[in-house]
Design a protein around this ligand. Structure first.
Ligand code: PAF
Length: 289
């Protein structure tokens, strides 16, 4: 496996890669969720490249950019063991040599959930993924559905700007007790780790009761009630939205692709999770226009 850390080395290497190129963009601190993306890419492509870059533009001023775990050596060992061919780990000033003046605004898809709670976050994600797509020129790029809003917005970017690649959404990977895997789980104290289970438990209960909700609002209120009784949880948002375009829902029915979304703080750590409240099809619907 090759480590590439400059743009010029990437540009030189890219034309030599045989066959279809699968791309897994990451910020490192890799876990089993990332591993599942790499496995999917290795299974479907001749060449798999994993980028490891903690992207400064997607963090707010009071967020965890400074303390985000940086574990390049361990990440490289994992990626190698999974059969990927290249790790691209550029320096920040190579990616952003100048103050970036190009900003993305994403009508409607960015006004809710993490887009609303973390102003500028989705813009930063779109800045880095468009730079990486241009540099790597992949045929397919793999994104986890834990960041559901992120993958929806990226699919929209690719569609509207005609990037010649396919976005492959991959299922959420959970710990055996249900906690969605996240690089930020390592910030949790043992007590916070236990308390964090309330997120997946609440979503699982909403799903189990999905036939009984008279309205999306009733499901949401039930979840908020459940979470407000849990010690250690400070709720950021709890929403039940249309999974195709994140529009509000009145009723819950399969035709509206309802998905329950939650974000909460455990101490200083912000975690997100989501769960479809409908029978999830093997192929995701394309985003509504
Ligand atoms: O999901 C992530 O890890 C990041 O948002 C991404 C897509 C790698 C962009 O920095």
């Amino acid at each position: 496996m090759q480590l590439i850390d400059t743009l010029s080395a990437l540009r030189q290497a890219r034309p030599k890669w045989p066959g279809s190129v699968g791309f897994v963009p990451t910020m490192g601190a890799l876990h089993e969720g990332h591993a599942s993306l790499v496995r999917a890419s290795v299974a479907e492509n001749e060449t798999t490249i994993v980028s490891i870059f903690v992207n400064p533009t997607q963090f707010g001023p009071n967020e965890d950019f400074g303390k985000y775990p940086r574990t390049l050596e361990r990440d490289m060992e994992l990626v190698k063991s999974l059969g990927a061919n290249v790790v691209f780990a550029p320096a920040s000033d190579a990616i952003y040599p100048k103050h970036t003046r190009i900003h993305f605004q994403i009508e409607q898809l960015d006004d809710v959930l993490c887009g609303a709670s973390r102003p500028g976050h989705m813009n930063g994600v779109l800045q880095i993924v468009s730079i990486l797509f241009n540099l790597v020129q992949p045929d397919k790029a793999y994104f986890g559905l834990k960041d559901y809003q992120q993958q929806l917005i990226i699919r929209r970017l690719v569609e509207e700007l005609h990037f010649p690649l396919q976005i492959v959404p991959c299922p959420i990977v959970r710990e055996s007790d249900g906690l969605a895997m996240s690089s930020r789980n390592r910030y949790l104290s043992p007590e916070e780790r236990r308390q964090a289970l309330a997120l997946s438990h609440t979503l699982t209960e909403l799903k189990a009761l999905r036939g009984t909700w008279k309205s999306a609002q009733a499901a949401r209120s039930h979840a908020i009630d459940m979470l407000s009784q849990q010690p250690g949880i400070v709720l950021d948002y709890m929403e039940v939205l249309d999974g195709r375009d994140l529009s509000p829902l009145t009723e819950i029915s399969d035709s509206h692709h309802p998905i329950a979304f939650v974000a909460a703080f455990l101490g200083k750590t912000r975690l997100i999770d989501n769960m479809p409240l409908w029978e999830y099809p093997p192929v995701l619907p394309t985003s509504a226009s």
